[in-house]
Design a protein around this ligand. Structure first.
Ligand SMILES: Nc1ncnc2c1ncn2[C@@H]1O[C@H](COP(=O)(O)OP(=O)(O)O)[C@@H](O)[C@H]1O
Ligand SMILES: [Mg+2]
Length: 370
């Protein structure tokens, strides 16, 4: 008998002075709210005992000093992750910002979001098929539906990874020449933003959203796959990425880098990336081939090991700052992505090298500001 069948639709939980028991598909959950006068600790203790006795994950939310809501899940929310369509619908409703771009859901059904204002660049690693592209898709959905949408620069040396996003991007690069041009344009755009900041006496565009918006908003540079990128773009490409990782945050330019080869040697002097990893503070480890790979992503001090993530949970991940708590990205189909892309055209303009070459020279040279 399956686990759903072995429980009734409606659960009566015999905990004194708890009420509002409800049933919520797709599993069965019970929400129990404590009455005023009961210490939340008492309720939490009971809920945790109940949760472990029933082997059901529990979510506890404090509603007021004397009230808390409790949800018991018959199945782990990781197994019941929102479908791509539900996810997109939810994001269209929500007013999320750069300080909270949702890209997954944890074991208690809570959204996991990236705060690019504090941890400005993200490194995603995991073996092939672990769900890196699914994670990138979820993050990009949030990035372009945010209240101040991000412009996308897509670095796709494998050509097919970021394909569904192309129509929403301000730049797509797949060929070695394109990769170098996209990197130069991103760096020139950054330089122009710094010149703007100097003129307007702004230290940080993230703290001055009106200025950031005037410049077109944040820019997200997505590299899927780093090894391939470094092979095609060489040391110059690696150095460009490292410089964006160092200077990007203040001018609203962010990196999201995915790799299926999270090896320490990948970040080396010979590829111009020796400082890159240290400047990608937000880490997401999908299932890795080895514990060493997991440490390269999460850091050697991490207590979590992404090589233990079960293959039955594609898209499951561990993250820096998340301890051992597993979370999972939703799976968006190309159709889900098309829906988002159609409604969110790119609003950022990068400095275009071709336009620059064609522009008449001024006395000061080729000055160009975005
Ligand atoms: N949250 C998820 N739920 C169900 N299946 C998923 C999920 N995330 C990924 N997958 C499955 O895993 C496959 C590989 O994911 P993908 O993101 O392409 O991996 P990677 O980019 O790491 O190689 C997908 O085609 C999909 O079938
Ligand atoms: Mg992929």
């Amino acid at each position: 008998m399956s686990i759903e069948k072995s429980f009734p639709d409606r659960v009566e939980v015999a905990v004194p002075r708890l009420m509002n028991i409800e049933s919520t598909p797709p599993g069965v959950s019970a929400e129990v709210v404590c009455l005023p006068g009961i210490a939340p600790d008492e309720v939490c203790g009971k809920a945790k005992r109940l949760s472990s006795a029933l082997r059901m994950p529990v979510r506890l939310e404090s509603k007021s000093p004397h009230t808390c809501a409790m949800t018991l899940f018959f199945r782990s929310p990781l197994e019941n992750i929102a479908s791509g369509t539900e996810w997109v619908t939810r994001l269209f409703e929500g007013a999320h910002t750069l300080s909270g771009l949702p890209y997954g859901q944890d074991e208690y059904g809570r959204l996991v979001a990236a705060d690019f204002t504090i941890l400005p660049h993200m490194l995603l690693g995991g073996r092939t098929g672990a769900g890196k592209s699914a994670a990138v898709n979820a993050l990009l959905t949030a990035a372009i539906t945010a209240s101040m949408p991000c412009g996308l620069v897509l670095i796709d040396p494998k050509r097919v990874e970021l394909r569904p996003w192309r129509r929403a991007a301000c730049r797509v690069a797949t060929e070695p020449d394109d990769l170098a041009i996209a990197m130069s344009e991103a760096q020139m755009t950054m330089r122009a933003r710094y010149e703007f900041m100097e003129r307007h006496e702004v230290r940080n565009l993230i703290e001055q959203p009106e200025h950031l918006e005037a410049l077109g908003g944040p820019i997200l540079i997505v590299v899927d796959e780093l090894t391939e990128f470094l092979t095609l773009a060489g040391k110059q490409g690696g150095t460009a990425l490292s410089s964006i990782a160092q200077l990007g945050r203040a001018c609203g330019v962010f990196l999201v880098i995915a790799t299926q080869n999270p090896r320490a040697e990948l970040f080396s002097k010979s590829t111009g990336t020796e400082t890159l990893r240290a400047n990608l503070p937000s880490r997401v480890a999908l299932a890795t081939a080895t514990a060493d790979d997991s440490r390269v992503i999460l850091g050697s001090g991490s207590e979590a090991d992404a090589s233990t993530i079960p293959p039955s949970l594609p898209g499951a991940f561990l993250r820096s700052g998340g301890g051992r708590a597993l979370a999972r990205v939703p799976y968006l189909s190309d159709r889900d992505i098309e829906k988002v892309v159609a409604a969110h055209p790119c609003q950022v303009t990068l400095i275009d090298l071709q336009d620059l070459a064609a522009a008449p020279k001024t006395q000061e040279g080729n000055e160009h500001v975005s």
